[in-house]
Design a protein around this ligand. Structure first.
Ligand code: HEM
Length: 543
């Protein structure tokens, strides 16, 4: 017995020493420093699973490296802390590339065919690569202009319909009443914005319109990562597999029924580009499940946190209502109150700043790149071919160097021009907008940012103008108002989530402020080209 135990212990020690040697022998001195780990190769995995997105800020604070290497079995990850490396990495977009990440999702978790896998990986570093061609096409489709106007116009119509359902029956006309509606705050907001976004993109045949499809989507997203990593999926991730196949079937029905003809130019371009690259009908339906991650997944939580910060802080609410007041026009003939979407985009700096602060404060995503060749970064670090580069948003968004000593606080006026009050001394300093990563940056910056920013802010404006919202809990006989808003926790947000998802929903009372009928107008920009909002460092002209 003692002998067996000694044998096992000796085996463990031998494996441990072997792994340590392997780690040292395969790590070059020119690579970013390797973090010391007690358990070689496995410790980072344990850290990522246990701490999720908080893992990276903790390592930044503990080791204070500008960049470092994590070694996992068969993978080396280069994690970026220093903001100044980001523009340099972005310049190397062909060799430190997003393309294999997108291409790999197709035949992997989406279940596309091996032919599709070959197509998507073809000429991976060249402009003729189908994924790169697709990115260029959708970026053009979502650029400020007619296509974007159409998306925003339809989104505004749908959100107004969704909010109409919040009015008590008696108020669906114009007459005032002080009746309230009780809603599950997160569930309602997420549902309303999913409907708004997907209707605008996919038109009247939009599969998300059916409740069972939206439920399937809400099951799929938090299970995506475990599904993607699970071996023997039909056995170990059977429900997620069934859910994916259900969604693929619905997308096939959508295309077979010809609904794409009635969809936005963006949806048509997405589909036609991939069809022209040779993807089969089944693969095209599978691609849509992947695209939904980009189009739908982050808009819900962003909208919810924006509403939360506005309605839970009387100062933010009153500042926004003051900002909106001069933009409201009352139609003397109909008695309707009207506000123009174009004014929201251009004349609401406090709203825009609050929105950006919500994104800085609550986003969790990580930009992931694969090194397709050895690359020396800024003459300093060697990034080896096959290595994975990660830029965790949370590291950038909590950087005191970039945002000042109050980086950990939510300050809704942080992004107001000329209001960058940083430090106890009261000296003003601009934040480093390169550290604002919520929409990514550089070559692969989110092309949907103008659509989703306008949509989310319009949604918030319509809620602010029409309703008062306050938290409640269910009492024995009737709802009881809470004296304070709950402070939402988000620690259980799925590992793949790029935004904080509240751990618990709670109920709120929604009361129309008066009986006014509100209408949001959507006048196309006068020159027909629209204009982008200043969201990321690349958008801001004087940055
Ligand atoms: C609040 C909402 C959104 C957030 C926070 C967001 C964030 C991002 C980020 C961070 C990236 C870059 C990923 C990377 O470089 O690793 C990205 C890419 C992308 N986003 Fe968004 N997004 C949002 C909404 C949308 C919407 C509504 C659409 C479409 C209508 C969209 C379409 C895309 C596409 C197509 C890409 C890939 C770009 C490429 O391949 O170069 N996004 N998004």
């Amino acid at each position: 017995m003692t002998y067996s135990i000694s044998l096992v212990l000796a085996g463990i020690v031998a494996v441990y020493v072997g792994l340590r040697f392997l780690l040292i022998l395969t790590q070059s001195k020119e690579e970013p420093p390797l973090l010391k780990t007690a358990i070689p190769f496995l410790e980072p995995i344990i850290g990522i699973i246990r701490e999720r997105s908080l893992f990276y800020p903790r390592l930044r604070d503990k080791y204070n490296h500008d960049m470092y290497t994590l070694r996992l079995p068969f993978a080396r990850i280069y994690v970026v802390n220093a903001t100044q490396y980001i523009p340099i990495l972005q310049k190397h977009w062909r060799t430190i590339s997003f393309t294999p990440v997108l291409a790999g999702a197709g035949p992997g978790p989406m279940g596309m065919s091996s032919e599709a896998g070959e197509i998507l990986h073809r000429d991976i570093m060249s402009d003729s690569n189908p994924v790169q061609a697709w990115s260029r096409a959708v970026t053009t489709a979502l650029h400020p202009g007619e296509g974007l106007d159409r998306l925003n116009g339809r989104a505004v119509e749908v959100m107004q319909e969704m909010m109409h359902t919040l009015r008590p029956e008696s108020q669906k006309g114009i007459p005032p009443a002080d009746k309230e509606r009780i809603i599950d705050f997160w569930a309602w907001t997420n549902h309303a914005i999913i409907q708004t976004t997907t209707d605008a993109v996919y038109g009247p045949g939009n599969p998300f319109k059916k409740r069972d499809f939206e439920d399937a989507w809400n099951y799929w997203t938090p299970h995506y990562l475990t599904f993607a990593l699970a071996p023997f999926k039909s056995f170990l991730a059977a429900k997620a597999l069934r859910t994916r196949e259900f969604m693929v079937e619905r997308w096939s029905e959508y295309f077979r029924a010809g609904w794409l003809e009635h969809a936005s130019p963006f949806a048509q371009i997405m589909y036609n580009q991939q069809k022209s690259d040779g993807l089969s009908f089944d693969d095209l339906a599978r691609a849509q499940v992947g695209h939904s991650h980009g189009i739908v997944a982050t808009t819900g939580p962003t909208t919810w946190w924006l509403l939360y910060h506005i309605f839970s802080d009387p100062l933010v609410l009153s500042d926004l209502r003051e900002e909106l007041k001069p933009l409201v026009k009352v139609d003397d003939n109909t008695g309707e109150s009207r506000i123009d979407l174009a004014d929201i985009r251009t004349k609401c700096p406090i709203l825009l700043s609050t929105f950006k602060e919500v994104m800085r404060y609550h986003s969790l995503g990580t930009q992931v790149r694969i090194c397709l060749e050895d690359e020396v970064l800024n003459g300093r670090y060697l990034l080896k071919k096959g290595g994975i580069v990660m830029i965790p948003q949370l590291v950038q968004h909590t950087s005191v160097e970039a945002w000042g000593p109050d980086a950990a606080e939510f300050r809704y006026r942080r992004f107001l021009k000329g209001d960058f009050l940083i430090g106890d001394s009261g000296q003003k300093r601009k934040p480093n907008l390169t550290a604002f990563r919520a929409f990514g940056g550089g070559h692969t910056m989110c092309p949907g940012r103008h659509f989703s920013s306008t949509e989310i802010m319009a949604f918030a404006v319509l809620m602010v103008l029409q309703f008062d919202i306050s938290p409640i809990e269910e009492g024995l006989h009737s709802p009881v108002a809470l004296s304070k808003w709950p402070i939402p926790t988000w620690r259980n947000s799925p590992m793949v989530s790029s935004f904080q998802i509240p751990d618990h929903d709670f109920k709120v009372s929604v009361k129309p402020r008066d009986g006014t009928k509100w209408v949001m107008d959507f006048a196309k920009e006068k020159d027909g080209s629209g204009s982008g909002l200043e969201i990321t460092a690349e958008d801001v002209k004087d940055n």
